[in-house]
Ligand binder design. Structure first.
Ligand code: NI
Length: 411
């Protein structure tokens, strides 16, 4: 199947036509015109690469607004973990699909997830048409090597799913678990998705228990690696940044979640300057409370400006790259930009939406003005997954997820 997009405004500010063949961008401004099976007239629309949400617990959308305004450790221990203990596989399937609806509507085509019932997440990804890293959530108690190995094999059978191991954090695992997970990830050549240095308490506890800071501890046990994706990294110091940079481990900043849980403002400017591949995520929408990457990109930029009293600290173009090309690089995907040979994961933006008028600079408008309602059509892996703001299966999933969410929190 081929799709031909005509007359779209590109991020460069020039108009172009794009030919999609299979799941890739075959040509930009092809010589022969109008050769697609499907022709999209993108007059009055701009095209951008689909956004990457690099840290989610998608199914937690079911708990959005259920327990707000608590400090992270109390929030997790007393409010989230007890409800999560009641989760069934069907809940995770519909919860993940509900999250996919919100992500597609806000221009995200790929997300990096960590949760339980990973096969249900993968089924939801297949149904949604999106692309995702599906990480099996692990703790010292739940980790069993044979089981994890089997899960990675199963996940690799799903379309557009990248399997990963998801040991939760330093404080929910131990050295033995982390070393074994690392060994297994190397053996199977899969990614590791981890929470690192999210709160000051995590750093203080790590210093007390191990006599060193979290990233130093991970370096010493041989856990740092180019396949390691670290969410948060709010409290990294310069020495820890050097350790991450040297090992080519990746960082995902989640500014909205860090603000909501009062975890702090990540030293993003310094992390980027240290040469670390840096990306952005929302975190689960119970601690955000949305999956809107436009908001996250804008906040990431504004917070660095504020933190450094410097309006040039994280400019629009760089902030946009964190959520597109940098994320693709972190996942080793040829995606995140509109180039020949790259994956056809694209969004069409309605330039007549009020937040896009006037349009002096498309990237500035995307980063500082856009909202989900600007997103008109979404293509992932060469297939249209939302057209003119319509996702065909949306209403049914919203209804089912609402019922499931109510059941979960009722005693
Ligand atoms: Ni998280």
């Amino acid at each position: 199947m081929t799709i031909f997009i005509e007359n779209a405004l590109m991020p460069s500010g020039k108009k172009a036509s794009i030919l999609i063949e299979g799941n890739k961008i075959e040509a930009i401004n092809p010589k022969e015109k109008d050769k697609g099976d499907v022709v999209i007239d993108a007059k009055g629309k701009a095209v951008m690469p689909g956004l990457f949400n690099m840290h989610t617990h998608a199914a937690m959308i079911l708990l959005k607004g259920y327990a707000d305004d608590y400090e992270l450790h109390e929030w997790l221990t007393n409010h989230i973990f007890p409800v999560e203990a009641k989760l069934r596989s069907r809940d995770v399937y519909y919860g993940t699909l509900l999250a996919c609806i919100e992500m597609i509507h806000s221009g995200t085509t790929c997300f990096n997830d960590m949760y339980f019932f990973e096969e249900e997440i993968a089924r939801a990804v297949e149904k949604s048409g999106m692309r995702a890293v599906v990480s099996k959530a692990l703790s010292a108690q739940s980790y069993k090597r044979a089981e994890a190995k089997k899960a990675m094999k199963k996940l690799s059978g799903f379309e557009r799913v990248i399997p990963a191991l998801g040991p939760h954090a330093i404080y929910t695992t131990d050295e033995e678990t982390l070393c074994d997970v690392k060994e297994l990830a190397s053996e199977l050549n899969v990614l590791i998705h981890f929470h690192l240095s999210e709160t000051k308490k995590e750093v203080e506890d790590c210093l007390k228990e191990h006599g060193k800071r979290p990233a130093e501890y991970l370096a010493d046990i041989g856990f740092l690696d180019s396949k390691l994706i670290n969410a948060h990294c709010v409290w990294l110091n310069r020495k820890e940044m050097k350790l991450l940079a040297r090992s080519d481990a990746k960082v995902v900043s989640c500014p909205t979640s860090n603000l909501k849980l009062a975890s702090g403002i990540a030293p993003l400017k310094e992390i980027i300057k240290a040469g670390i591949t840096t990306t952005l995520g929302t975190d689960g929408s119970a601690s955000n409370n949305s999956l809107n990457m436009f908001e996250t990109i804008k906040l990431a930029s504004l917070l660095q400006k504020y933190k450094h009293f410097d309006a040039t600290a994280l400019p629009a173009k760089q902030a946009f790259e964190l959520a597109t090309i940098n994320a693709a690089k972190a996942l080793n995907l040829k995606a995140g930009a509109i180039k020949e040979g790259f994956l056809a994961d694209l969004c069409l933006i309605n330039l007549k939406h009020i937040t896009m008028v006037p349009n002096h600079n498309l990237i500035s408008n995307i980063v500082f003005s856009a909202e989900p309602a600007c997103i008109d059509t979404v293509i992932c892996d060469g297939k249209i997954i939302m057209e003119n703001r319509v996702i065909e299966w949306e209403e049914d999933v919203k209804e089912k997820a609402q019922r499931i969410a109510e059941e979960l929190v009722s005693a």
